[in-house]
Each structure stands twice: as structure tokens, then as C-alpha cells.
Design a protein around this ligand. Structure first.
Ligand SMILES: [Ca+2]
Ligand SMILES: [Ca+2]
Length: 97
């Protein structure tokens, strides 16, 4: 697969994932808990399954986060390991409410 095709595939996967999040949120009568949301985010974006969202993984999530991925990462990376774990993502979700 050439590089351009990979990028396009990545964008399509991101869009499908975002639609999935919207559908999951919409399908709950009650709001999903932050933990459920965090699990879903990790399911979609933790592509290497290490339980951490790295800069490159967050970059795929740029549309939801806004444009400043590195600022977002710096702000929410509480333990300074340059990646966001589930606890840090849940803090972000809590702040969004
Ligand atoms: Ca990861
Ligand atoms: Ca961290």
C-alpha cells in the first residue's frame, strides 16, 4: 500500500470512528459514563494496544480534540510520559462536561 492510500485510509477510519462515538453517545438513554467513553476512545485510537494514546495516535483524533494536539497532550499528560493513559483521558472527559 503506498503512502497516500495509507493516509486516505487513516482519514476514513478516523471519520468512521468519530461517527461511531456519536452513535454510541446517541444510543444511550443516559449519558455513557466517562469510563465507557474512555474505553471506546482507546478501542478506536490505541492502534498499538499499549493502553496509552501517543502523539501519533492522538493526531488521528485531531478533529475531535481541535488542532493543537501537542498542546492537548502537554496539558493532560499528568505523569509526563508523553502519552495519555485511561485516567488522563477520563480527566479530559470530565472537564468537557
Ligand atoms: Ca498506543
Ligand atoms: Ca501520561
Amino acid at each position: 500500500m503506498n503512502k497516500n492510500k495509507k493516509i486516505i485510509l487513516g482519514i476514513i477510519i478516523s471519520i468512521i470512528a468519530i461517527i461511531g462515538i456519536v452513535m454510541v453517545v446517541g444510543s444511550f438513554n443516559d449519558k455513557p459514563s466517562n469510563e465507557e467513553m474512555a474505553d471506546y476512545i482507546f478501542m478506536q485510537f490505541d492502534t498499538n494496544n499499549d493502553g496509552l494514546l501517543s502523539y501519533s495516535e492522538l493526531k488521528e483524533y485531531e478533529i475531535v480534540i481541535g488542532s493543537d494536539v501537542s498542546g492537548f497532550l502537554d496539558y493532560w499528560d499528568m505523569d509526563g510520559n508523553n502519552a495519555l493513559d485511561k485516567h488522563e483521558i477520563m480527566l479530559w472527559l470530565e472537564s468537557e462536561q
